[in-house]
Write a protein that binds this ligand. Structure first.
Ligand SMILES: Nc1ncnc2c1ncn2[C@@H]1O[C@H](COP(=O)(O)OP(=O)(O)OP(=O)(O)O)[C@@H](O)[C@H]1O
Length: 544
């Protein structure tokens, strides 16, 4: 029995026994008993009745009268102030008897000793959870935004005494922004995690991307290291080297390993496009900018590549007037379409390449000095193949594998053949080596390629060297060849046709099949067949 509990025993309406309550008090309690009830309150007592066959036993426990100050002793206040939630406690009349420091900070008002209903009536609070809990006598939870615009989870809890009377209302205000911050932290970590995963994938891919470029020699290893380092930064790169050394391949590698690899890399060959067209290709134009300008205008390559990369091949061939315009784009990161004064902001990375000596061109004033320095922020010089002979054999095997997959032919080279290739000077660099390997692979009528087959091919190349078309793929050699055109007469159409006939004849004589010749000329087989018929190139002529 609880030490403050009293009891008395009643038999036939007569109090037979009482513990230590004065009789007067016992009678008062008993007077309020209603026949049959088991629990009731009387005066300041909570009464529990046990009915037995012979009588009734009454337990009377004094209802504790809490004093507000009883619960708010210094220690409990200290404890409540140390919590990281806002706490207020109101008594059953709705008077706020305690508010911890954090709650005062959150709500912005010190409510101690004030009544919740007054705070609402006086407009200091739009609503009061204390009043709601007093009314419903139930737990209530709401989300509430306070002065600092932070979102809080506010929970009101009724606190009952032993007899179920609501005694206090406890309000707990929890800062949801802390939870939100945590949520955001978790999200950030997840994003970071995702980035790490991507980076690992990228690094794995990088290994594969590197595989496309052969760099066995110390000189190319150095270049490769530089490529991978510059790929990470966003600056302009100038790739220099003789024709066919692999400048475009290097540009692709930089792009593939850069952060911009999710956007495209657009390539423009400055030597292959006439000056007038190059300007509009690069910068675009507005409607009516010139005769023949498309309706609605056209975006230039800078606009189209926005966010990505532009590879300006053969930059040394860019006319001076366009060099000035390109310089402005690089300096101001904005472009103006032809016929417009409106600047369009652009964000592109420029990779430029040249086989010309730009520094010399600057001295000869055929290349702008300011543009040269602007492009030359990170120069990459690719040495000619003859200066990195360690790359020759790995390149041979690399190309053999490519052609094996492309043509389904398996070829190997004997030792002597490899030696010949290693000792050759390769004026046409890697492109020339690639073409020789393609040719011998296709022309060989046995799996093993011998030194004499290579020598034969290289003899042809040396002969062609005087025509400045060493080892170029056929389509490229025609572009750059110094073919004697004085032999052609007649109208432009007739001269072009005569030239075309010669080009096709030559291609057919150099390739085993029409398909291969078409491939080398960069046209499709049916076009070539039509032209063979038009120019009446018979088989015997073709293969003589
Ligand atoms: N290191 C290399 N590894 C594998 N292939 C290479 C390498 N270097 C060049 N190649 C191949 O050689 C050919 C010529 O390379 P590329 O077109 O990049 O040369 P380039 O220097 O840009 O030539 P140009 O100055 O004529 O434009 C391409 O088919 C390319 O794939």
């Amino acid at each position: 029995m609880h030490k403050t509990e009293h009891f008395f025993y009643v038999q036939e309406n007569e109090v037979k026994f009482s513990s230590n309550l004065p009789m007067e008090q016992v009678e008062k309690i008993y007077a309020q008993y209603e026949e049959g009830v088991e629990n009731y309150t009387s005066e300041d007592f909570y009464v529990h009745v046990i009915h037995s066959p012979t009588g009734k036993l009454f337990y009377a426990r004094p209802i504790q009268q809490y004093n507000d100050t009883d619960i708010l002793n210094p220690l409990s206040m200290k404890l409540l102030n140390s919590l990281s939630d806002g706490i207020t406690i109101s008594n059953k009349d709705g008077k706020i008897i305690f508010q911890n420091d954090l709650d005062i900070e959150i709500v912005g008002i010190n409510c101690i000793n004030r009544y919740a209903k007054d705070l609402v009536a006086e407009g200091e609070m739009s609503d009061s959870l204390t009043l709601k809990v007093l009314e419903t006598k139930e737990d209530v939870t709401i989300f509430q935004t306070f002065l600092n615009n932070k979102c809080f989870l506010v929970t009101g809890k009724p606190i009952f005494d032993e007899v179920g009377e609501l005694q206090y209302v406890l309000i707990i205000t929890r800062d949801m922004s802390r939870l939100k911050n945590l949520e955001e932290e978790v999200k950030k970590l997840e994003i970071q995690n995702e980035r790490f995963k991507q980076r690992i994938e990228e690094l794995n891919n990088q290994e594969q991307k590197k595989m496309n470029i052969v760099a066995a020699s110390p000189a190319m290893q150095k270049v490769l290291k530089r490529i991978l380092r510059v790929a990470e930064v966003d600056s302009t790169v100038l790739i220099e080297g003789e024709s066919g050394v692999g400048k475009e391949e290097v540009a692709k590698l930089i792009y593939l390993n850069s952060r911009r690899n999710t956007k495209q890399m657009l390539t423009i060959n400055c030597s292959a496009i006439p000056e007038s067209l190059l300007e509009s290709e690069l910068f675009g134009y507005v409607e009516g900018a010139f005769t023949g300008a498309k309706k609605g205008g056209k975006a230039g390559i800078f606009e189209t590549a926005n966010g990505g990369t532009i590879f300006l091949d053969e930059i040394g061939e860019m006319p001076l007037q366009l060099q000035a315009k390109l310089l402005r784009v690089l300096q101001e990161s904005e472009v103006q379409r032809i016929g417009s004064t409106k600047p369009i902001p652009i964000d592109v990375r420029i990779i430029a390449a040249t086989n010309r000596n730009l520094a010399e061109m600057v001295q000869q004033r055929s290349f702008r000095e300011d543009l040269y320095y602007r492009l030359n922020i990170i120069p990459i010089e690719i040495p000619p193949l003859r200066e990195r002979r360690e790359d020759i054999v790995p390149l041979v095997y690399h190309f053999l594998r490519i052609f094996e997959q492309r043509y389904h032919i398996h070829r190997t080279l004997d030792k002597e053949a490899l030696k010949v290739l290693e000792e050759y000077d390769w004026p046409g660099n890697v492109r020339q080596l690639k073409n020789i390997i393609e040719r011998v692979s296709l022309l060989a009528n046995q799996p093993k390629i011998t030194a004499s087959m290579i020598r034969e091919e290289l003899k042809g190349a040396t002969k062609k060297k005087s025509n400045n078309i060493v080892g170029q793929p056929l389509s490229k050699s025609i572009e750059s060849s110094n073919m004697d055109i004085s032999q052609y007469t007649g109208s432009l159409k007739e001269q072009v046709a005569a030239f075309e006939k010669e080009v096709i004849k030559k291609a057919l004589s150099q390739h085993k099949s029409i398909r291969q010749a078409a491939e080398a000329l960069g046209c499709n087989q049916s076009t070539l067949v039509r032209k063979i018929q038009r120019y009446q190139l018979t088989k015997s002529v073709v293969y003589e």
